[in-house]
Structures are given as structure tokens and as C-alpha cells.
Design a protein around this ligand. Structure first.
Ligand code: HEC
Length: 123
């Protein structure tokens, strides 16, 4: 019985040590910034506008814009960045998840977020 108990304790100690070791490793070697989606090099004209053209303008173009929301020019898009309604829609956390048929692929969302976080420049 005592033997079993000490084996148990030994296991707990080893498990604890291993957990500690991997935590330290993460602290010492933080994962490198990935840029896995090419988010470091996106621009409005090169990335965001064509993406919106493909995914959003069928409903948010110049003619008959859904919900009166136009996303066909920088100024119009910028308006929805500034009023805080663009990202919650794309992130599916807002009242109107967009596009309504299904969330954009993860990398597209990472790219749009990176652009917004850079101040949504007209580049
Ligand atoms: C199938 C049509 C359709 C597509 C595609 C679509 N939307 Fe929408 N969107 C709507 C409709 C309809 C509304 C208005 C919802 C309402 O007011 O009931 C709306 C509203 C919005 C709003 C306003 C949300 C708010 O909080 O007021 C934003 C921002 C938006 N869409 C962004 C996008 C973006 C970005 C895309 C592409 C990634 C997109 N939409 C694609 C139909 C669409």
C-alpha cells in the first residue's frame, strides 16, 4: 500500500516537472511570428479590395446595396471600419455575420484584421 502511494507521488512529481519544463521552454523560446497568411504584406488595393469584390460586392455593390451598406470603394469600407461594424461582421461576433452564407476562410480573416490593425490605410 505504502509502495503504491509512493509510486503515485512519484508520478505526480514527474508529471509536475514535465509540465514545468515545457512551460519554461515556451517562455524561453516564444513561437516565431508566423506570417502564415502573408498578413505582413497586405494592402487595401492588393488584398482587401479584391477579396471584398469576390465575397461581398454581390450584395454590397453600388447598386441595391444590402442594408444600405456599400463596400465598393475605400471611403465606404473605411466608414465601416471606423464605426466598428466591419470586423464584428467578419469575425461572426456581431449582430450581422458576413458573408451570411458562411464565414470567410481563416487566412482571409487574418489578412483583413492585420490591415485594420495597421489603421486600415488606403494603400
Ligand atoms: C448574400 C448577401 C450578402 C453578402 C454576400 C454579404 N453581405 Fe453584408 N449584409 C447583407 C445584408 C442583407 C445586410 C443587412 C442586414 C440587416 O440590416 O438586416 C448586411 C449588412 C452588413 C454590414 C452591416 C452590419 C451592421 O452591424 O450594421 C456589414 C459591415 C457587412 N454586411 C459586411 C459584409 C462583408 C464584409 C461581406 C463580405 C465578406 C458581406 N457583408 C457579404 C448581405 C450580404
Amino acid at each position: 500500500m505504502l509502495f503504491r502511494l509512493s509510486v503515485c507521488l512519484l508520478w505526480a512529481a514527474v508529471a509536475g516537472l514535465v509540465a514545468c519544463a515545457s512551460e519554461n521552454e515556451e517562455q524561453l523560446f516564444p513561437p516565431p511570428a508566423t506570417n502564415a497568411c502573408g498578413e505582413d504584406t497586405i494592402t487595401y488595393a492588393g488584398t482587401v479590395a479584391p477579396l471584398f469584390q469576390r465575397q461581398c460586392l454581390s450584395c454590397h455593390g453600388e447598386q441595391f446595396p444590402s442594408g444600405d451598406v456599400r463596400l465598393d470603394t475605400y471611403e465606404h469600407v473605411r466608414q465601416y471600419v471606423d464605426n466598428g461594424r466591419l470586423w464584428p461582421s467578419i469575425d461572426y461576433t456581431g449582430p450581422y455575420p458576413m458573408p451570411p452564407v458562411g464565414q470567410l476562410p481563416a487566412c482571409d480573416r487574418v489578412r483583413i484584421k492585420a490591415w485594420i490593425d495597421r489603421g486600415a490605410p488606403n494603400d
